[in-house]
Design a binder for this molecule. Structure first.
Ligand code: TXA
Ligand code: MG
Length: 332
């Protein structure tokens, strides 16, 4: 059995494995992480191997104490302390100039490192007991959906991994990633904390230039978040494409709606399974359900997924970011 319900014993065992340089999947408030001792390059290498992750994609270091940040990075900017006071523990990752203690394999040779203090008691206890920062990407094979429960991890990474089961992730979307360099704060990935909240402290964030060919945050590759099933965002071009609409006749669709039924699309689908992200229109609930519902559609073996767009502000920005990336390779 690779899945161990969280209790004192399983926590102890997980920390022992981390100390020995082995991998452990563990819960955070955002998604499950695939963790290793972040100061042990050989342990970290196992993460890349397990995920089939290209080595150019750097990892996040997870710490259990705000004051540990200074052990790994340099900064003087007081606004960074304000961000930490406001949002840690929580789904905010900071990318800051690293010091020599941080192994190159964690940062893929970059001179910066991504760090966060997760808002999940089990994650914090595991880091503390392990006595090291834990390097962890999301606990899924490269290019697949992020896991929001222990079963998702097992499905993607298999049964020879120790998975510490802390139930479902409360936020359900990865952390917001903010970079700081030469006096400028920039948004590297929208996520669990709305950009608007962060801008109250940092002022207007630099957005990534759409034409940039080499993304500053390599996880921003277009195909990064892909369900195994073709996914389409419902828009005018889809609704007026007769070939596409005809092709739906023999296929079972997974229909992902935001708040309420959508009679226009439901009337043209011969066979579909419907899921509503939040019946009250609550963005946090919608975000928490997003990956979970996409995983459920995979389990139900629908032939394709159709999703409604949401307003791209607040958490809606991160939701649309993930949906657009998931839809990218299936453009019609
Ligand atoms: O919520 C989260 O952030 C989850 C949980 C487990 O903490 N982790 C997560 O990790 O989403 P991952 O590896 O799937 O995504 C980390 C992102 C990648 O897009 C990576 O390129 C970016 O962080 N990143 C890491 N280090 C960086 C650096 N030094 N400079 C720029 N981007 C960096
Ligand atoms: Mg990931």
């Amino acid at each position: 059995m690779p899945i161990y319900k969280y209790d004192d014993k399983s926590l102890q065992k997980a920390a022992e494995l981390i100390k020995k340089g082995e991998l452990v999947a563990f819960p955070t408030e955002t998604v499950y992480g695939l963790g290793a001792d972040g100061l042990n390059p050989i342990a970290v290498a196992k993460i890349f191997e397990k995920k089939n992750r290209p080595s150019f994609n750097p990892l996040i270091l997870h710490i259990s104490d705000k004051s540990a940040l200074k052990n790994y990075v340099f900064y003087e900017e007081p606004v960074i302390d304000k961000l930490i006071d406001k949002f840690w523990p929580g789904p905010l990752t900071l990318v800051l100039p690293k010091n020599e203690i941080v192994p190159d394999i964690v940062t893929s040779g970059n001179d910066t490192v991504a760090i966060r203090m997760p808002g999940n008691e089990i994650a914090l206890k595991l880091i503390e007991l392990s006595g090291c920062p834990i390097a962890a990407p999301s606990a899924n094979k490269f290019g697949h959906l992020s896991p929001t429960d222990a079963e998702h991890v097992e499905k993607s990474l298999g049964s020879d991994l120790f998975i510490l089961d802390g139930g479902e992730c409360a936020v359900g979307l990865e952390s917001t990633i903010i970079g700081y360099r030469d006096g400028i704060f920039s948004i590297l990935r929208p996520g669990g904390i709305p950009i608007e909240e962060i801008e109250k402290i940092t002022g207007v964030l630099k957005k990534r230039d759409k034409n940039e060919t080499s993304p500053e945050s390599p996880g921003q590759l277009p195909f990064h978040y892909s369900p195994e099933i073709p996914l389409y965002i419902i828009d005018k071009s889809i609704m007026s494409n007769n070939n596409f609409l005809n092709s739906l006749k023999n296929r079972k669709a997974g229909l992902l709606l935001f708040k309420e039924s959508n009679p226009e699309i439901e009337s043209i689908l011969p066979s579909y399974s419907k899921k509503i992200l939040s019946e009250t229109g609550n963005m946090a609930e919608a975000a928490a359900n997003l990956f979970k519902f996409l995983h459920d559609f995979e389990k139900e073996k629908v032939d394709l997924i159709l999703t409604e767009p949401v307003e791209p502000s607040g958490l809606g920005l991160a939701i649309m970011d993930r949906l657009k990336r998931a839809a990218e390779r299936y453009k019609i």
